[in-house]
Design a protein around this ligand. Sequence first.
Ligand SMILES: Cc1cc2nc3c(=O)[nH]c(=O)nc-3n(C[C@H](O)[C@H](O)[C@H](O)COP(=O)(O)OP(=O)(O)OC[C@H]3O[C@@H](n4cnc5c(N)ncnc54)[C@H](O)[C@@H]3O)c2cc1C
Length: 378
Amino acid sequence: MPETRYDYGIAGAGVSGLCLADALTRQFPRCRVLLIDPVADPDYNISFWTDGEIPPLGDTLKTWHQLAVQCGSERRVCPLRRYRLHSLWRADLDRVLTERLRQTGRATFLDEALTHCIDHGDGVEITTTHGSVRVGWLFDSRPKPLPADPAGLSMAGLTCELRATRPVFDPAVATLFDFVLETPHFDFLYVLPDTPTTALVNYAAVTPPGGEVPEDACARILKRYLAERWGIATGYTVARSYYGGIPLSARRVTRQSGGRVLDIGVRGGMLKPSTSYAFARILTDTAQIVGALERTGRPFYQDARPYYYRATDARMLRVYRRYPALAQRLMFHMFSEADGDVSLAFLDEKNTLKQNLSLFQRVPRPLLQEFLKALILA
Ligand SMILES: Cc1cc2nc3c(=O)[nH]c(=O)nc-3n(C[C@H](O)[C@H](O)[C@H](O)COP(=O)(O)OP(=O)(O)OC[C@H]3O[C@@H](n4cnc5c(N)ncnc54)[C@H](O)[C@@H]3O)c2cc1C
């Protein structure tokens, strides 16, 4: 066990832990950070949209300035002005951030499991499988075991990095949602093209917990989709793939935030259940924590997100479950060919109420009425 006293301890060198350690060492170059994590994480693709800052990630980050949404035969291509759509592989993110942290000489990695911690008021004593060490503040991203949420959903899906034998994709446009209308769930695909012959294709199924679509069924749906939508029945290879999932729950996460310990990442409530996206929120949270430390010497800040977004999340999960086809059509109509920013800002919880109302005015009236009825009944 290292002897040094650390300014910051981070339990879990996963996505949020590495992003925070990176931001801390860039903002406070003299600080000492201890990252504790017993295992390497699986490699999967993370896509996200943001109008905010992203840590320097070099060419591991792919970026799009236009997005498309598709529902059946209707397709809309929406330009992005403030927002950008991005994608990166977790292993690349881990590699870039770990290398940069090692180069600072300020970060220590401990391949052990944190077992418990004691908050002494002026620091935290953390115990791992091999001993104890003291840190000034502890940021905890370890997955929190939670009882299953009967009102929640589960997102499971298959991501494939494709290489086609002929040019089929337009690398300028990322398809964010291509809604699958044939299944009884809120299912969608996304296609993130890198070149005319290479793209990341993902099929995601949002089902009640326990009803996850298995990998071979996802693969069959993807194969059919590639043949029917992109005209490539066999002329491609899969360079890498990942099948995995995540539980979606709108139950309020009580973020331990007090004393000298703060939960971060999914544990800290950064996963938005109605979108299943967490990465952009993790980046925002990281910036807020570092900003608060700079201003006040403490990592706590006031969460300014309006309450009604949280209420909307819980309702939307119920609509996905009971009226998936309606939710798919509504989501499609919220995107306009004039501008994709307002729709992304809604999903990002950054719009004002007025902007959200203008968004719903885009939806055809009968569909909106049907949706409002479903919202009440769900
Ligand atoms: C398959 C999948 C796809 C996803 N795709 C997207 C996406 O496209 N876009 C998006 O925005 N979000 C996505 N997410 C959601 C989210 O971005 C990721 O889950 C992200 O990894 C969350 O970061 P985290 O730091 O909270 O958790 P993690 O990255 O999982 O980090 C937690 C860390 O804690 C460590 N740990 C566990 N036990 C201990 C212990 N006792 N002591 C110390 N360390 C411990 C683990 O090894 C792990 O490294 C996806 C999630 C999954 C599972």
